[in-house]
Design a protein around this ligand. Structure first.
Ligand code: SF4
Length: 326
């Protein structure tokens, strides 16, 4: 690990005073410390934000608010989360091992870096780690890589299950920066790789995630998070689906669908949402709706199975929300 300066910040203002191009914020450290040991990330200044007042899990009439420093395990276990947003708890519990969930924070989870093996291997070219060096995955081992939103510069998937769930739940991410505070939809937090895959999100220099807010679900909402992976014990998603359906008298009146493990960012499937809306909760509806789920997909040598896996994952997720006699 390269040497670095360490500061323990006492307040948000104190944190922002240390913001700089070579500064990293340390919360749970489950990604940052890992990548610093590998010398994939080499900040010269680490600002520890664990003392900041960015905790709290609160449910009111408008929905849920999560402090950015709440841990994944505390959020998943909270009674309000389990009662009002069970899909969030499912996504968090499927995200990582219990040890990691105890350390990792909500803000850190959203900003975690890709699990592309070449990104972590400093002996290989990687445009995300070293812009302009090339992408080893394009002609390398690319079984787990993305099929949607890829570019000739990068085909890495975004690894966060939580981010996929938050997109389907139409959550908002609260940010504070040296100049202003702002709120961005979870759907707009992450960006496509294009020709600049080292730029992964819309955070401006020095900005910090302070909280996430999740609107209250309607009385007729049903939701689920389904994750398909190589090992059920713990693994990143080959494909995942976060689904919220409003269902009245067995007819879908509104649908929100996002998928993970297939896109370079959490991927909302609006064509599938439109195809579901106004239809009855039947297998025919589900199979019709997913026909165009993988439109625009670009497969690689080892991940050509993903479009079919994506469609099957969605149908299974929808079917899990059917209720006898509803
Ligand atoms: Fe790097 Fe992206 Fe290529 Fe992986 S897919 S080697 S992260 S540029």
């Amino acid at each position: 690990m390269r040497p670095y300066d360490y500061t323990r910040a006492a307040s948000v203002r104190d944190t922002l005073a240390h913001a700089g191009p070579d500064t990293a914020y340390l919360a749970g450290g489950t990604t940052l410390v890992d990548l610093m040991k590998l010398e994939v990330m080499t900040p010269s200044h680490v600002v520890d934000i664990n003392e900041l007042p960015l905790r709290g899990i609160a449910q009111d009439k408008d929905g849920l608010r999560l402090g950015a420093l709440e841990t994944m395990s505390d959020v998943a276990a909270h009674p309000d989360v389990r009662r009002h947003h069970p899909m969030l708890a499912e996504a968090l519990e499927l995200s990582a091992s219990a040890q990691l969930r105890t350390m990792a924070t909500i803000g850190g989870n959203l900003l975690q870096r890709t699990r592309c093996g070449y990104f972590r291997d400093t002996s290989t070219p990687c445009n995300k780690r070293e812009p302009g060096s090339g992408c080893s995955a394009l002609a390398g081992i690319n079984r787990t890589h993305a099929i949607l939103g890829t570019s000739d510069s990068c085909v890495a998937t975004h690894p966060s299950d939580l981010a996929v769930a938050l997109v389907a739940l139409e959550a908002r991410v609260h940010l504070v920066g040296p100049r202003q505070s702002r709120v961005v939809p979870a759907e707009a937090l992450h960006v496509l790789p294009g020709r600049t895959p080292h730029v992964e999100n819309v955070l401006r220099p020095g900005e910090l995630i302070t909280a996430v807010s999740v609107p209250r679900l309607g009385a007729h909402a049903r939701s689920t998070y389904l994750k398909i992976r190589d090992r059920q014990s713990y693994e990143f998603a080959l494909c995942s689906a976060a689904v919220v359906l409003d269902v009245r008298r067995d007819t879908i009146t509104r649908a929100r669908v996002a998928v993970g493990g297939v896109g370079t960012r959490p991927w909302r499937l609006e064509p599938v949402e439109r195809a579901l809306t106004g239809r009855r909760m039947t297998t025919t509806t589900f199979e019709d709706a997913v026909r165009r789920a993988a439109d625009g997909a670009r497969t690689l040598e080892h991940n050509a199975f993903k479009p079919a896996l994506l469609r099957r994952t969605l149908v299974r997720a929808f079917a899990s929300l059917q209720r006898p006699g509803s």
